[in-house]
Design a protein. Structure first.
Length: 290
């Protein structure tokens, strides 16, 4: 049997995690002198309530190899013998490296094992890896075997399109997820920067004044880029304001002919540490060569 695994930055809802029986290794978030496991010891809503009151930006750390091994060991007891681990981009987190170390540890301890483990560097942030995980789970239900799932992920991971807009660039600057030069331009012009993933890291691709123009940009880019054969669902992510996420969903329904599922999911504590308040994202698969 095939078990799909992730780190907690996939930011999938608990409903989806349970529906597809996804094993999740939580990142750690240090707030002051306390350490919390992402979405285990502290909820996103509680974190976003605390964030404006904090004097220092929280720090995050990757799951330990033992976290991954614990999920594998438990799943093996349930009969699983193939593990597909889809991680946040290696350019923004150590989760991928930790999963690779866990894989090495496993085979060091079990050199004759027939268990199969493959780790995917999704090259994505947040619901970008979550999109790949959900798609893989759907393909598994459709009958894909382990090799087909691995091939799908490695062939298509660069085509998962991200857009992220934030109200305040300070968290991204402090965490090193955005260059000071790019951030300075955004602050100087008092515009909302829109980012995507380039070479496994975030980069500003547009600047818009006001949420209405941001939503229009998202819709226009979707219409131009979407692979309609592969995109049977969209994920819209938000940090602290679900209303703007609902507004984007409504605009997608109104201004496009997309009739697949649109999932609205909150970004978790680990991702929210870097994105901050007022974040809005969207994820789908884009056409080849766009």
């Amino acid at each position: 049997m095939i078990k799909i695994m992730a780190d907690s930055t996939c930011d999938l809802s608990q409903e989806i995690i349970e529906k597809y029986n996804i094993g999740v290794a939580p990142l750690n978030v240090e707030i002051g002198d306390k350490t919390y496991r992402d979405k285990v010891d502290i909820t996103p809503d509680r974190f976003y309530e605390l964030l404006p009151t904090l004097q220092e930006l929280p720090s995050t750390s990757m799951p330990s190899p033992e976290e991954y091994l614990s999920i594998i060991d438990k799943a093996m007891e349930e009969g699983y013998d193939q593990f597909l681990i889809i991680c946040m981009s290696s350019g923004t987190s150590g989760s991928y490296q930790s999963a690779e170390i866990a894989k090495e540890y496993f085979y060091d301890r079990n050199p004759d094992s027939d268990i199969r483990i493959h780790v995917v560097d999704s090259l994505s942030m947040s619901h970008g890896s979550g999109w790949l995980i959900m798609k893989s789970a759907q393909l598994l239900q459709e009958g894909y075997d382990f090799d087909q799932l691995v091939q799908f992920n490695e062939d298509n991971k660069k085509r998962v399109k991200h857009f992220l807009c934030v109200d305040d660039l300070n968290n991204l600057i402090k965490s090193g997820r955005l260059t000071n030069a790019s951030a300075f331009i955004g602050k100087l012009l008092r515009v909302k920067p829109i980012m995507t993933m380039k070479k496994s890291k975030g980069a500003i691709v547009a600047k818009e004044r006001g949420w209405n123009k941001v939503l229009r940009y998202y819709v226009n880019e979707f219409l131009e880029r979407v692979d309609r054969d592969q995109t049977n669902f969209i994920i819209i992510g938000y940090t602290s304001d679900i209303h703007i996420a609902n507004a984007l969903r409504d605009k997608m329904r109104q201004d496009t002919d997309f009739n697949g599922d649109i999932h609205i999911m909150q970004m978790g504590v680990a991702v929210g540490t870097h994105v901050g308040l007022g974040g809005l994202s969207m994820f789908f698969m884009e056409k080849q060569g766009v």
